[in-house]
Design a protein around this ligand. Structure first.
Ligand SMILES: Cc1cc2nc3c(=O)[nH]c(=O)nc-3n(C[C@H](O)[C@H](O)[C@H](O)COP(=O)(O)OP(=O)(O)OC[C@H]3O[C@@H](n4cnc5c(N)ncnc54)[C@H](O)[C@@H]3O)c2cc1C
Length: 381
């Protein structure tokens, strides 16, 4: 018998979600995170999350971390100039947080429901366990923990997936965020700005935080060397004479069929590429993958997770179609797409979790689906 039913490596949204859903079903679960403060370390992230997070956690789990509720979207054809249109949504488009606050709330919620938290950096995993092939993790300092299952929630640079010999995801977004503290010309409190085709396959964002603007840029790995400069220029044009804090890293996007379960190890969150390929939203999708892995463990049925992942792969295919069609329309007919109120109301329904990308996809005509198939095949993201 092992001391724990499940070890979760990583206490971000995906690990906390797994831990919460396991602990509330009575599993003995321990979360190990290299940060020594409960979820409270700084993390590069826009910190915007959508109501899809409700699919995993009750609102009380993150209520104190929420800074702003966004109901307006300003969409621009080009950065800082030219055409723009603002659309209002009756349901929140997104909620703003600082990631240290959000992660602390979510992990704290899991601990309140019975999960244990242990600070510690996992340096190694092995499968000797108690002779049953159970996975073990060895922490910096030598302590070894063994469990019936392991949940790999250790982010984009996952040690667990590397140790298992899994490749990096082929499609990656490189994203740079700037936290810009300084005077702005307008009150951004409930408006976000997006420039969907700011570069080949990249987009700019402006998110309103309580005491600063989070501006940023995500694009292809190929454009990485230019992304920092683009992000800096964009940010400096929005917040004059500000204190800028730039940081960035890459965001993996799932390759359909990328393994998510092997040898009693479930791979969730960024480690499994569970990031919306249209919006690069990884908080709620990571959390959802953690929840789904937990439910599969509780049911002692790893195949259940596999079935959910197949659904996600279809959803992300449709999400790529949505993004690629949007980018095409912005390039070819910017005025038409920017002012297409029906299109943006559909977008709001999707991001807020009231409609799936697949439901939207099923409304497309046959010729449009063929176009999508071609574009999805050749688009770099
Ligand atoms: C610039 C930028 C902006 C972004 N903006 C948004 C946004 O606005 N909204 C959104 O939804 N998503 C955004 N994302 C994506 C989002 O940040 C990630 O998808 C999300 O954090 C994934 O959560 P996770 O729990 O899988 O991984 P993480 O949040 O990365 O958590 C992994 C955890 O594992 C721990 N860990 C790692 N290695 C070890 C180890 N060896 N031992 C122990 N612990 C370990 C880490 O300390 C960390 O706490 C953004 C990403 C970037 C780069």
């Amino acid at each position: 018998m092992t001391a724990h039913d499940v070890i979760v490596v990583g206490g971000g949204p995906s690990g906390s979600a797994a831990a919460y859903h396991l602990a509330r079903e009575g599993a003995r679960v321990r979360v190990v995170d290299s940060s020594d403060v409960l979820g409270g370390r700084y993390k590069t992230c826009g910190g915007g999350f959508t109501e899809k997070l409700w699919w995993t956690f009750p609102k009380s789990a993150f209520a104190t971390a929420e800074e702003n509720t966004v109901t307006n979207l300003r969409i621009r054809a080009k950065p800082n100039k030219g055409l723009s249109a603002t659309h209002h949504s009756d349901v929140p488009i997104a909620h703003m947080s600082m990631r240290s606050d959000l992660d602390r709330s979510l992990l704290g919620f899991a601990v309140d429901h019975g999960a244990e938290f242990q600070p510690g950096k996992v340096e190694r995993i092995s499968f000797d366990g108690n002779g049953n092939g159970c996975p073990s993790v060895t922490l910096q300092g030598g302590e070894k923990l063994t469990a019936d299952y392991l949940v790999a929630a250790d982010g984009a640079y996952s040690l667990v997936t590397r140790t298992m010999g899994l490749p990096r995801h082929r499609r990656q977004v490189v994203a740079v965020e700037d936290e810009a503290y300084g005077p702005t010309e307008e009150n951004w409190s409930n408006t976000i700005e997006i420039v969907p085709s700011a570069s080949p396959m990249g987009y700019f964002w402006v998110f309103p935080k309580a005491d600063h603007l989070s501006t940023g840029f995500g694009g292809t790995a190929k454009a990485a060397s230019r992304i920092k400069k683009w992000a800096r220029d964009y940010s400096e044009s929005h917040v004059d004479k500000a204190d800028h804090h730039f940081s960035g890293h890459y965001i993996p996007l799932r390759d359909p069929g990328y393994p998510t379960y092997r040898d009693r190890v479930f791979i969730v969150g960024d480690a499994g590429g569970f990031v919306d390929p249209s919006t690069a939203e990884g908080i709620s999708w990571g959390a959802l993958s953690g929840k789904s892995a937990a439910e599969s463990i509780v049911a002692s049925d790893p195949a259940q997770f596999g079935t959910w992942v197949e659904w996600v792969d279809k959803e992300f295919y449709a999400a790529r179609a949505f993004r690629n069609l949007l980018v095409l329309r912005v390039k070819l007919r910017p005025r038409q797409i920017l002012t297409d109120a029906g299109f943006w109301q559909t977008f709001f329904k999707i991001v807020s979790g009231r409609m799936t990308y697949q439901e939207w996809f099923s409304t497309l005509s046959r010729p449009t689906r063929s176009l999508v198939w071609t574009v999805n095949r050749f688009a770099p993201l």
